[in-house]
Each structure stands twice: as structure tokens, then as C-alpha cells.
Design a protein around this ligand. Structure first.
Ligand SMILES: [Zn+2]
Length: 231
């Protein structure tokens, strides 16, 4: 091997070594600077739910360079669809995009979307993932049972079907198929069909029309597909 090549190899090896050592020092300094009160893992939810006021507190100490937390990130493949999350690992915009595609394909196969109303709706959606559940009053259960008081919810659809909130769930490996993601998208679809008037908040109840047993089964089937895709 020519001498200059050997020299350049040695140099890059030396630079590499220096960078590694500097990185280690930086990591130790960073860890020492963290207050002990911050939980080591953001997915470690201490209790079943936390008060709403705590929701926007950044509970993660991770550096989220590619998908910053508490900031709107674009969902690829959709015109005006964005997501926000308080834990940068859950869920990635690319995973949201895939799950949305699956939802749409399955919806069209079962219910159709000839005028493209649903396609427009999912192209203009704000999705918020949260590590905390929320407390909401005046809601309905799956059978239309009205709950006037504060109730812990895993997800909700608002702003005339242009916003969904999805709790990422418990455990160290949150998955979209275990969340209310598809359930909320069904509300979005019903909102879109009603031009934003309502998204059938009482589900199978009599007060609002739209939700049927077919929709409940659709959620189960779609979540099975997401599960098989490890989403
Ligand atoms: Zn619902």
C-alpha cells in the first residue's frame, strides 16, 4: 500500500477515535444535567390517567431530532395532514401514513368513497398522539349510553372531524392497532359524510345516525391488518 494511503487511513482512524471519545463525554455531561425527576422512559405511564392540565408537559427527555415532539410534523403522502406527539417515538409520521392508507383502502372496499369526500377529509387532518389520556364530560359510550360527568377517554374526534386525539396506550411497545386510531377515523368519515355536522358521537345509540355494527366490525378487521403489518 502506498505510503500516502496508509497515512490517510491512519488519520481517519484517529479522527474517528477522537469523535467517539468526545461523543461519550457529551453523553455523560448530558445525562448529568438531567434532573432526577424526569422519568427515564416516556412510555412509562404511572397511573391509568393524568389530569388534562398535565397533558402538554413535555415528559420526555429524549432528543427528538428527526421528528421533534410537541411540534406539527407533516404526514407524508397527504396534502394538509399533520401530526403532533409528546413522545417523539410514538408514532412516526411514516407509520401514520401507512395506517391511513390501509384505513382508506379498507374503507373504500367496504363503504366506498365515489365522490372522494373521505379522501379529502384524510388529506386535511390534525392528528395528536398523547402519552396521557384525557378527561372529557358529556360523552357517549359505544351503546349510546350518555356520561354527563368527567370521563377518562383514550381518544376523541373534534373540530368537525378535522382533528383527532389518540392516546398511545400503556406498555413499552405502543402500536397503532391497539389504539383508538381507526375508531377516530370512522368518526372522521362520518363527519365528512355529514359535511361536518356530526360524527355520530353516540355510536350505536339512537340519537345520531351513521354508526352501525358494520363500522364496529370494520375497526376490528382493519386493526387486524395493522397488527399483521406490525403497526
Ligand atoms: Zn367514538
Amino acid at each position: 500500500m502506498p505510503l500516502f494511503m496508509l497515512a490517510s487511513l491512519f488519520c481517519s482512524f484517529l479522527i474517528c477515535k477522537v469523535v467517539t471519545v468526545m461523543r461519550s463525554i457529551a453523553r455523560i455531561v448530558f445525562l448529568l444535567s438531567l434532573p432526577l425527576a424526569i422519568p427515564s422512559s416516556a412510555s412509562e405511564v404511572g397511573s391509568l390517567w393524568e389530569p388534562v392540565g398535565l397533558f402538554h408537559k413535555p415528559i420526555t427527555s429524549k432528543t427528538c431530532s428527526s421528528v421533534p415532539a410537541n411540534k406539527l410534523n407533516r404526514v407524508p403522502g397527504y396534502k394538509f395532514t399533520y401530526q403532533q406527539t409528546d413522545d417523539c417515538d410514538y408514532f412516526y409520521p411514516s407509520h401514520t401514513s401507512l395506517a391511513l392508507h390501509v384505513f382508506y383502502v379498507e374503507w373504500v372496499a367496504k363503504f366506498g368513497d365515489t365522490d372522494g369526500i373521505l379522501l379529502s377529509a384524510i388529506n386535511e387532518l390534525i392528528i395528536e398522539y398523547g402519552t396521557y389520556q384525557r378527561l372529557v364530560a358529556r360523552i357517549y359510550g359505544m351503546d349510546g349510553d350518555f356520561r354527563p360527568g368527567q370521563t377518562v377517554v383514550n381518544g376523541l374526534t373534534g373540530n368537525r372531524g378535522k382533528y383527532i386525539f389518540v392516546w398511545i396506550g400503556k406498555g413499552s411497545h405502543p402500536k397503532l392497532h391497539k389504539t383508538s386510531f381507526v375508531h377516530e377515523l370512522v368518526h372522521v368519515a362520518i363527519y365528512a359524510a355529514n359535511f361536518g355536522e356530526h360524527g355520530d358521537p353516540d355510536h350505536l345509540g339512537e340519537k345520531y345516525k351513521g354508526w352501525t355494527h358494520m363500522h364496529t366490525k370494520f375497526i376490528k378487521d382493519t386493526n387486524e391488518i395493522l397488527k399483521s403489518m406490525d403497526l
